[in-house]
Design a binder for this molecule. Structure first.
Ligand code: PXP
Length: 250
């Protein structure tokens, strides 16, 4: 029997709401604790260069206060590597970062960006932090990730989820197939395969049918849904969606 996929909850956008008023509420650490109580297997937070949501102190408090693995999402910069090494999260996920983007658009350039990604992978790994690379679901990026010595890749599911959201059925089918193929190739290369970006209950259920994906990292939709049903229920419903998908894995 296939194991349940792990559910990592990204709490960045609790901090986005907090920062809109410049105060202390809502507290992303409180959200993390509640998400864990509701069934999250881990917490993800992205400390961006511009600190637009998560701040240094949030990351330190998450590390101190949560009982489940912390996944530190970060750009492969010297500053972020230094902070990650001081924080010592369970995992670090290296992502591309452009100052003007609204969210992480596209995967890491593991081929062209090899020169600055490689030292970050090495320094984090040597410290005992599990490193994942957030990449587009394609074979070249997978092979480059394996060559960089990263044990984990997270496949960018944004194009698939966008196509579903816009009713672009043919594109969604193509993108889903790309993810399915990439998951298979990645596992074949000895990489652990995760997935994330833009996932809602429906796309979560569909993606969980891909047996090679062992972890999902989900944020924006879940935090938005929490406005309507509460955070615990939002996490619980996503857990149920992933489990329902995995029951039909093929
Ligand atoms: N995984 C990675 C690497 C990301 O950059 C993000 C977005 O911060 C997510 C997962 C979560 O995406 P979303 O907030 O769209 O669910």
């Amino acid at each position: 029997m296939l194991s349940r996929p792990r559910l990592g909850i990204n709490i960045d956008h609790v901090a986005t709401v907090r920062n809109a008023r410049g105060g202390v509420a809502p507290d992303p650490v409180r959200a993390a604790l509640l998400a864990i109580e509701a069934g999250a297997d881990g917490i993800t937070a992205h400390l961006r260069e511009d600190r637009r949501h998560i701040r240094d102190d949030d990351m330190a408090r998450l590390k101190r206060e949560i009982s489940k693995p912390l996944n530190f999402e970060m750009a492969a910069t010297d500053e972020m590597v230094r902070i990650a090494l001081a924080t010592m999260p369970h995992a670090a996920c290296l992502v591309p970062e452009k100052r003007e983007e609204r969210t992480t658009e596209g995967g890491l350039d593991v081929v062209g960006g090899h020169a600055h990604v490689a030292p970050a992978v090495t320094r984090l790994r040597e410290a005992g932090i599990r490193v994942s690379l957030f990449i587009e679901p394609d074979e070249v990026a997978l092979r480059a990730s394996a060559a960089l010595g990263a044990p984990v890749v997270e496949l960018h599911t944004g194009s698939y989820c966008d196509a579903v959201a816009h009713g672009e059925t043919a594109k969604a089918d193509r993108e889903l197939e790309r993810i399915r193929t990439a998951a298979r190739i990645g596992t074949g290369l000895g990489l652990e395969v995760h997935a994330g970006h833009g996932i809602d209950f429906s796309t979560g259920e569909t993606l969980a049918r891909i047996p090679e994906i062992v972890e999902f990292n989900i944020g924006h939709f879940l935090i938005g849904e929490a406005i309507f049903v509460g955070l615990s229920e939002s996490v619980r419903l996503m857990r149920a969606a992933l489990d329902a998908g995995r029951a039909h894995a093929a």
